[in-house]
Design a protein around this ligand. Structure first.
Ligand code: PLP
Length: 404
């Protein structure tokens, strides 16, 4: 994605053309970026040969999942819906893991019937529920246990998941108690220890601490896990000043861990596979100038992309047409929704803009469309997949009459 002759392109197509053809707001994704990310990810972890399970919650579009499947990647799902769509994309159940603190009886039963690789259990009550199903089905069920390692992932508070005050996983004491109680169970086979300490992690140190905790817990449990599932969370570069995770270092810490613990590694990347592949195209409805602020009112809003409002995250904004003329005034890029938090970005200057111009909000491939809603009774955007010169509608724009 870059400017060619002053026109911003996604692969070989000017985004202005996509906006004209499909309207706005519209999500569009670069397939080659997704493929590149997967190749890079595999390469970075080549020496530990992990099972890679794409975190479906970051982007659950069927066509994108199909492409990811073609590259041999499995899935990490967190609901029956995500499990269904992963299967529909053709992903082998033996490459699917199921996480989440509140899986219902119905969801567990469905996952068991589909014979997925692992259900990563997060409470003793959930384990009892699975045992019940196991007895009914007269089958031994493979499970993982999710440990809450009490690690600060040093990321945004709202996307941190590995501390004891957060709802995820089992605290060490419960974890060890469950191993003791179920290690010889006829109904359950504990195959995996899983963790996931948070998202958008840009430093390897939290991961290092996490692996140290794992080593110590494994020792205390005195139990052989066939798999260690390290979750996802690898951060991406949203801005010039965000650091990126040092994959080499992370890989080498895992290698060190494997020297002490013989096991197979599972990784569950989401954002790092799709995050930088997506743009949200939007049109300027109005520009409203006040004494101090230039409000750029877009046709995309927090219902289309909630990350800035929900987490305070900052996504770059670029214009479809490059204009060297700069306007030095505070710019606020906002949506039409009646909420003060419906704001994407504040900048002290931007290139000169006019109404009807097309802009793109960048790096929205992960936790973008999946978090969209119908707030203010607005329809959800369309999604377009770009492959070199070709465009494919992978989600049609929602119509008002389907929600009214
Ligand atoms: C959200 C989530 C992931 C993916 O996190 P990313 O930051 O997108 O890589 C992986 N595993 C679990 C259990 C999750 O909840």
């Amino acid at each position: 994605m870059n400017y060619k002759k002053n026109n911003f392109h996604i692969e070989n197509i000017p985004i202005e053309k996509i906006a004209k053809k499909f309207g706005t707001p519209t999500y569009c994704y670069s397939l080659s970026t997704i493929k590149k990310n997967i190749k890079k990810f595999k390469n970075n972890f080549k020496t530990i040969n992990p099972l890679i399970c794409f975190s479906v919650k970051s982007n659950s579009n069927l066509f994108i999942l199909k492409e990811i499947k073609k590259m041999g990647v499995g899935a990490d799902v967190v609901s029956k819906g995500e499990l269904l769509i992963a299967l529909k994309a053709g992903i082998n159940p033996k490459k699917i893991v199921f996480s989440g603190v509140g899986k219902t009886y119905e969801e567990l039963k469905f996952a068991i019937e589909k014979k997925i690789l692992l259900i990563n259990v997060e409470s003793e009550s959930e384990l009892n529920q699975i045992e019940k199903i196991s007895k009914i089905k007269k089958r031994k069920i493979d499970v993982g246990l999710r440990l809450n390692p009490n690690i600060d992932a040093k990321t945004l508070k709202k996307i941190s998941t590995g501390k004891n005050e957060e709802k995820f996983g089992l605290i060490q004491k419960s974890f060890l108690k469950i191993i003791e109680k179920f290690k010889n169970s006829k109904n359950l086979k504990i195959k995996c220890l899983s963790v996931h300490i948070g998202s958008q992690i840009t430093n390897h140190r939290p991961y290092e601490k996490m692996l140290n905790v794992l080593s110590s817990v494994i020792k205390k449990a005195d139990y052989n896990f066939e798999y260690i599932d390290l979750g996802g969370g690898m951060g991406i570069k949203y801005n010039e000043n965000t650091k990126v995770l040092n994959y080499k270092k992370y890989n080498s810490i895992i290698k060190k861990f494997l020297n002490k613990n013989k096991t197979k590694i599972i990784l569950e990347p989401g954002r790092s596979i799709v995050g930088n592949s997506g743009l949200l195209l939007t049109k300027i409805i109005y520009i409203k100038e006040t004494n101090k602020i230039n409000f750029v009112i877009l046709d995309a809003a927090m219902n289309d992309l909630i990350r800035p409002a929900l987490y305070g995250s900052k996504h770059r904004i670029i214009a479809s047409k490059l204009n060297r003329k700069i306007k030095r005034k505070k710019h606020e890029f906002v949506g039409p929704i009646c909420e003060t938090t419906d704001k994407f970005l504040s900048l002290s200057k931007f290139q000169s803009l006019k109404e009807k111009d097309i802009l793109a909000i960048c790096d929205v491939g992960a936790y973008g469309m999946v978090l969209s809603s119908n707030y203010n009774l607005r329809t959800k955007p369309a999604e377009i997949l770009i492959n070199k010169f070709s465009l494919k509608t992978i989600t049609r724009r929602q119509k008002l009459n389907t929600i009214i």
